[in-house]
Design a protein around this ligand. Structure first.
Ligand SMILES: Nc1ncnc2c1ncn2[C@@H]1O[C@H](COP(=O)(O)OP(=O)(O)OP(=O)(O)O)[C@@H](O)[C@H]1O
Length: 386
């Protein structure tokens, strides 16, 4: 349903993604996981037809995103990191508006809007102005606008960012409930988000794919290797370097020092071998100027795998592409794309792009025919606060 092949994007001299390839099967939820700046938003925007790639191809529902972008926009629901909402419309009027410009036939609109509101649990808020909603409910409206035209594919960019823990659980459950009927790609930097919600995970680091697999298979990659929790006292950089210098240790991750005495630090290690290197780790600490306060074996977790993959040299991960020519940095033809402050679409940009979908014209009187100003009559006078 989604096929991405050797996609690269350069912003001026910054190579944001390089030779990104992956597939998402129909009905699947794929988690697109990576640290900040890894290239997630760039990939999502290319898939959504908002940004041209420098090279490579991406197809959604058999449409090429660049050459057939209008068909792609009809086939997808897209939730950018900042949801594209009109704050002075009511929830219901806004969803009618989106349904209309996404080309939902007039006779189907009322049912589609009702269904999107029901699935996103927005029934009680239908007559409320969007600007009066909490962030969690706005996010639901953002998801509702992405599904209102019943697209086969949904693209969600960091859908739970900025939500409180209860709202995060609600939004994750909502996303899970959409799987099966829709194919979903969800970008995030939060590991539990993908492990709880997704069938498969693609991990991106520094613009390159470093792994694609199920959470279980990814964890199994380090199966047989041992994990260690360790607490030391002394200089943390020294501790990091002593531990990293051990050839029996594959990775060292600093953990939270909460609750520890002053100058005490905790690390999680993954062994490089199946042999238990516990005594070598203990000796290295004791023979340095550090104090050893705890050393215990534990299970290797998905988080260890993630840290391991994103701390590897990306050029050596998953595929050996040493034969590949370096991607030429091509200056993007849209100067706005070179402004890092413009990395996220502003709501107005989104609306302009949605409008560019060339909706069929009709003169039907439905709530979508209200202007944002008209819709404010059900509430206090419009005051733009966003
Ligand atoms: N419009 C732009 N102009 C120039 N560089 C950009 C632009 N947008 C992104 N970049 C750069 O491209 C790289 C990838 O950015 P991108 O926003 O795709 O990453 P991300 O994984 O979504 O990060 P985050 O989680 O922080 O949003 C980064 O180095 C970023 O600084």
């Amino acid at each position: 349903m989604i096929e991405v092949d050797q996609l690269s994007k350069a912003y001026g001299s910054t190579l944001a993604i390089k030779d990104v390839s992956f597939k998402v099967e129909p009905g699947e939820i794929l988690g697109f996981l990576g640290p900040n700046g890894a290239g997630k938003t760039t990939t999502m925007r290319i898939l959504a037809g908002y940004l041209p790639a420098t090279s490579g191809t991406a197809r959604i529902a058999d449409h090429e995103v660049h050459t057939d972008s209008m068909a792609v926009r009809q086939s997808i629901g897209y939730l950018p990191e900042t949801p594209p909402l009109y704050p002075d419309m009511t929830v219901e009027a806004f969803l009618y508006f989106v349904a209309r410009i996404k080309g939902v036939p007039i006779g189907d609109r009322s049912q589609r809007v009702a269904s999107a509101m029901e699935r996103c649990n927005l029934g009680e808020k239908r007559r409320i102005l969007i600007r009066k909603l909490s962030k969690g409910f706005r996010q639901r409206v953002g998801i509702a606008q992405a599904i209102v035209h019943d697209p086969p594919v949904i693209i969600l960019d960091e859908p739970t960012v900025g939500l409180d823990p209860k709202q995060i659980i609600d939004v994750r459950n909502l996303i899970k409930s959409l799987a099966g009927q829709h194919t979903i790609i969800l970008s995030t930097h939060i590991l539990p988000e993908v492990s709880m919600t997704c069938d498969r995970i693609t991990i991106i680091n520094q613009g390159r794919i470093v792994a694609t697999d199920t959470p279980e298979n990814l964890t199994a990659r380090l199966a047989g290797q041992l994990g260690y929790a360790i607490e030391v006292a002394g200089d943390p950089e020294r501790a990091n370097s002593v531990l990293n210098d051990l050839e029996q240790v594959e990775s060292v991750t600093a953990l939270s020092g909460e609750g520890l005495a002053e100058n005490h630090y905790r690390f999680q290690l993954v062994s490089a071998t199946e042999d238990d290197p516990g005594s070598e780790i203990a000796s290295a600490i004791i023979n340095s100027d550090l104090g050893l306060y705890e050393l215990s074996r534990n299970r290797v977790s998905l988080e260890d795998v993630f840290i391991n993959l994103i701390t590897e040299d990306p050029s050596t991960a998953e595929e050996d592409d040493s034969e590949t020519e370096p991607c030429e940095a091509v200056v993007d033809d849209d100067p706005e794309n070179d402004d890092p402050t413009k990395a996220e679409a502003e709501p107005d940009d989104e609306a302009a792009l949605v409008a560019a979908a060339e909706p069929p014209t009709d003169s039907a009187a439905d709530p979508a025919d209200q202007t944002p100003e008209d819709s404010a009559e059900q509430d206090t006078p419009a005051k733009t606060d966003e």
